[in-house]
Design a protein around this ligand. Sequence first.
Ligand SMILES: Cc1ncc(COP(=O)(O)O)c(C=O)c1O
Length: 461
Amino acid sequence: MAAESPYGSADELLRSDQESYFHPFTDLRRHAQFGPHIVTSGQGVRLTDIDGKSHIDGLAGLWCVNVGYGRREIAAAIARQCERLSFYHSFASMGTDVAISLAKRLAEITPIRNSRVLFGNSGSDANDANLKLVRHYNILRGKPEKRKVIVRRRAYHGSTVLTAAASGLPTLHAKFDLPQETFRRVSPACYYWRADKSWSEADYAAHLLSELEATILNEGADTVAAFLAEPISGAGGVLVPPDGYWQGVQDILKRHDVLLLLDEVITGFGRTGNMFAAETYDIAPDIMTVAKGLTSGYVPMSASFISPHIWDVVASGAADGNVFGHGYTYSGHPVAAAAAHASLDIIKNEALVQNAAEQGALLLHLLQTEVAPMQAVGDVRGVGLIACVELDPVWIDAKWSDTTSPASVLARVCMENGVILRPLMNSNIVAIAPPLVVTDADISDIVGVLIKGLKQLAKVV
Ligand SMILES: Cc1ncc(COP(=O)(O)O)c(C=O)c1O
C-alpha cells in the first residue's frame, strides 16, 4: 500500500522532482529517465518509501544515522531547544549554553587531549576549515611556504572547492577545474589493492610508508604542511589499512614536522567498534574532523578538534589584534548542539559502540564465510560496522558486458529485495554500514539479501 505523504502523491512528487530538484552525486541522465526513489519515513534501521515498501537501510543514510531513525529523545531535544532558543551565533565572543557545553563534552571524549572544538555544518566545510587553519598556523609560525598537503588517491574529504580537490576520486575532479597545486597524492592503503600479490601485509605497509616518506623528501619537508587522510577510507572503497600502517605514518610525519589531519567524518562515534577510529588504530592526530554521527544525521553539524600546540599558535596570533577570520552563520547551531547531546546520550546509554563491535564481528564473519567464496566476489573487508564487498575484476572482465557497473546492478537488486546498500563511485564495490542499533537478525537479513543479489548478478551475465 502506498505510504501517506503530506507533500503529495507519488505522481505529484515525481513531477515536482523532475521539474525542480537538482540531485547531488547523481547520474543526471539516468535520473531524468527513471526519477527518484522517494523515502517518506524511517524507524530504527528501516526506511519506508512512497510505495509503502520497507527496506533495511544498510548504509545508515550516508553512513550517518548511527542511533537509527525516529528517535523520540532527539526529536524532543530538538523541539525543546527550538522553543527555548532556536538560534544564536558564536561570532565575536557570543555563544550559547548548549553549544559551549557540547564543546566541553566533546573535548573530553576526543583522542586529542585538551583539544579546542571548532564547529561547522558538514564534513566538507570542517575539512575545508582545517586546510585553511593549517595555512594560517604556518603563516603565524613564519613558515608560509610550508603549505602543501599530501592526500591519498581514492580519498573522500568533501565537495567544497578545496576538499573536492583534496579528494582522490575521478568523478569529483572531472570538468570542475579545481585548484590542485598544493596537493600531492600517494597510494590508498588496502591490502587487496597491493600492486604485487606476493607481498605480505608487512611488505605492503613498508611499501606505502616508503612512498609517503619519499614524497615528503622529494617535495622538501619545509614545503609540506600536512597529511590528510581517513583512518579507513569510506566512499573511496572501505579501504582497511594494513597492520603497522598508521604507526609508521605517524613516525614519518613526526620526523618531518608534518601535521596529521585525521578525517573521522564517517568513522567517528562508534562505527569502527570504538568511539573513534583513532582508538582503533592508536592514532594521535593534530587535527581531527567529525560530522555525520555527531548528530546521527538528525540535523547538520560538524566539528574540528584542534590540538593545544596548534591552538596556542593560533591564539597567540591574535596578539597583534587580528580577528580569527573564519566561521559560518550556523557554526555551533544550538539546535544541532541539542541534537548532538541527545545522540551522544543514546550512544552511551544503549552501549552502541559495543554493539557496533559485536555486530561488526558477526557481519565480517558472515561476509568471510558465506559471501567471500561466491563467484564474482574478489574481496570482503571491514572493521566494526563499516564493511564492503568488492567484485572480482577478473570475473568482471570475463563476464560483464552491461554498460551499468556490476556494483550498481548488485545494489539495485538488493534494494528490490529490501536492503539498501551503496555502490561506491568509480569502483566495483558495494558498501555496508548500517545504523549502530542493528541486531543479529538485521545483519543476517542484510547478508541474506546480499547473497541473493550476488546469485542474481551471476545470472544476469
Ligand atoms: C571521510 C569523509 N569526509 C568528509 C565528507 C564530507 O562530509 P559532508 O558530506 O557532510 O560534507 C564525507 C562524506 O561522506 C566523508 O565520508
